[in-house]
Ligand binder design. Structure first.
Ligand code: VG1
Ligand code: CO
Length: 558
């Protein structure tokens, strides 16, 4: 087969966001749009690409297979020696990360728009992960973007035929050099990896009820996303859960019309079923399998910030941490600081990084971080360099088995020891961009004025006095790279916080995120919405959000 060099012109806006490039399918299917971006990813690797191994796979959403086949033809033309491709182009995001690390690949191309809806009218995405298995850092994505603004041609081997529905090795010769495309089972490596991390024998006994005679009552909901096949293999086959313990486990190109975002709004069916039924645990994942939501009996909700803290507090029950030791913990800035308290007690370093998993990678690579999370339903460890939804559920099962307690009791015991971080997030999705930019700019000006610190705000019977207010910036402790403008933050004297940011994962318009976090040492059994009401009112007053966005209520409340 021969290499074709095809002339092309730059597209505007090929700037990767928090986690890759995400746009409507219709944008990606424009002539040469995907080709351009893939060529820029490949070019960003420079000389290292020649003879390299890459991993390719995605969440199975609409256009995933076509994109995978295109990438196969383009890698052939760009000097790549070998690809590992998930069968039918399917690999969860954590599975890609695991494969990159296991095979010491140069990186991976992940085809996903994560939790955004799928289908011809909805979203697609492409993300590059580096050789540590993690999302490319800012320096790399900025480079990809720069290349996209000046691209003139891309390379492709047009005649290269391949059937990626068949597992097996396909060998080609391109320009006299061998090119190998290995189509692999999408789940096998990941499942083996989980078996190294957790005590599956113990978990199987716990889940199947072999000794107690009482099988665990679980409802694991894959929301028709990529985790379906992983969930069946792990929870049904390996752990002996009953067939009805898992639902929506067929990955569908449009997620069956579901919005595969594991939160109280979009995983409504799970929440309602668990609320009405008799379950010990409910869990859901997003489209690409890196997010998780955990709920207990009667849909008792575990905030992701608390989930992280509870796992941190119980790491001794997971063989992986026994073997590798426990290094530091980390969370993203908007995430409530519950894990900080555990870190303090255990004498561990705790890091606060900007939003996005890419900021955890350096700390893990440097051996300073073993467990981290984000309020956006992301939990994970240094076993890979992505957040990992199924891993989080296995961690929770381990904690339940270890403590012998239900989820609600685990949380109550945790709060009794550490106090409680009440947390909520309001999302205002698909707003108009301009007024949102204006709102953030105006607010930034106001809160960074020297008169703002020391100001008091009152709502109901609560008064909060401003201690710190800024636009969060972060210097990576390892490579000293600087990330600026990562979110407006107002910290009050009692430690309560208001955070505003614009989402970097949306495919159209702007999404405003408002995060509210407040700590109580003793009053730990209140209702979050009630406890946080005064701060929410203050946040809306400071931001003038209704005025700028025209919205009187968020589209999603977590
Ligand atoms: C959101 C979340 C962030 C997460 C990112 C990617 O970003 O807030 O915490 O890391 O999605 O998650 P943003 O910029 O929209 O707030 V995923 O599951 O899309 O890879
Ligand atoms: Co995701």
């Amino acid at each position: 087969s021969t290499v074709s060099v095809v002339a092309t012109k730059p597209y505007e806006g090929q700037k990767p966001g928090t986690s890759g490039l995400r746009k409507k399918v219709k944008v990606f299917t424009q002539q040469n749009y995907t080709e351009n971006f893939v060529q820029c990813i490949l070019d960003a690797n420079g000389a290292a690409l020649e003879g390299a191994l890459l991993v390719v796979g995605g969440d199975g959403r609409y256009y995933c297979k076509e994109a995978a086949e295109l990438i196969i033809r383009m890698c052939a033309a760009n000097g790549v020696a070998k690809l590992l491709v998930g069968q039918n182009g399917i690999l969860s995001t954590p599975a890609v990360s695991s494969l990159i690390r296991k095979h010491k690949a140069l990186g991976g191309i992940v085809l996903t728009a994560s939790h955004n809806p799928g289908g011809p009218e909805n979203d697609f995405g492409i993300k590059f992960n580096c050789e540590n298995g993690g999302p490319a850092p800012d320096a790399v994505t900025n480079n990809i973007y720069q290349l996209s603004t000046a691209i003139k041609e891309y390379k492709i081997v047009n005649g290269l035929e391949i059937d990626i529905s068949k597992i097996g090795t396909n060998k080609y010769e391109i320009n006299g050099k061998p090119y190998v495309v290995e189509v692999i089972d999408s789940v096998a490596n990941y499942v083996a990896h989980m078996k190294e991390i957790f005590d599956f024998e113990k978990l199987r006994d716990f889940v199947s009820g072999k000794t107690s005679g009482k099988p665990l009552k679980m409802r694991i909901d894959s929301l028709n996303g990529v985790t379906g096949s992983y969930v069946r293999e792990i929870f049904l086959n390996a752990l002996g859960a009953p067939e009805n313990g898992v639902v929506h486990t067929t990955p569908l190109p449009d997620f069956g019309g579901l919005h595969p975002d594991p939160n109280l709004t979009y995983a409504k069916d799970l929440v309602e079923t668990v609320a009405q039924g008799d379950y010990d645990i409910g869990a859901a994942f997003d489209g690409d399998g890196d997010r998780n939501m955990i709920i207990g009996h009667r849909a008792f909700f575990v905030t992701p910030s608390d989930s992280l803290a509870v796992i941190a507090n119980n790491l001794e029950c997971i063989p992986y941490f026994k073997k590798n030791g426990v290094q530091g913990f980390a969370r993203s800035m908007p995430t409530a600081s519950a894990v900080d308290l555990v870190g303090k007690k255990l004498g561990k370093e705790v890091f606060e990084v900007p939003t996005g998993w890419k900021y955890f990678g350096n700390l893990m690579d440097a051996g300073r971080l073993c467990l981290c999370g984000e309020e956006s339903f992301g939990t994970g460890s240094n076993h890979i360099r992505e957040k990992d939804g199924i891993w989080a559920v296995l961690a929770w099962l381990s904690v339940m088995e270890h403590t012998g307690k239900g989820i609600e009791d685990i949380l109550k015991a945790h709060w009794a020891t550490y106090g409680r971080n009440y947390f909520t997030r309001y999302d205002y999705e698909e707003c108009e961009l301009e007024p949102c930019n204006e709102m953030i700019a105006t607010m930034e000006k106001n809160i960074t004025d020297s008169s703002f610190v020391g100001k008091s705000f009152t709502s109901g019977d609560k008064t909060y006095k401003v201690k710190v207010a800024d636009n969060f910036s972060y210097t990576d402790p390892v490579d000293k790279s600087l990330a600026t403008k990562q979110g407006l933050r107002i910290v009050f004297e009692d430690g309560s916080r208001i955070v505003f940011r614009l989402s970097g994962t949306g495919s159209s318009g702007a999404t405003v995120r408002l995060y509210i976090d407040s700590y109580e040492k003793d009053n730990v059994l209140g209702q979050a919405s009630v406890m946080l009401k005064p701060l929410i009112d203050i946040a809306l007053e400071i931001s003038q959000l209704p005025k700028f966005t025209g919205r009187n209520a968020p589209t999603v409340i977590t």
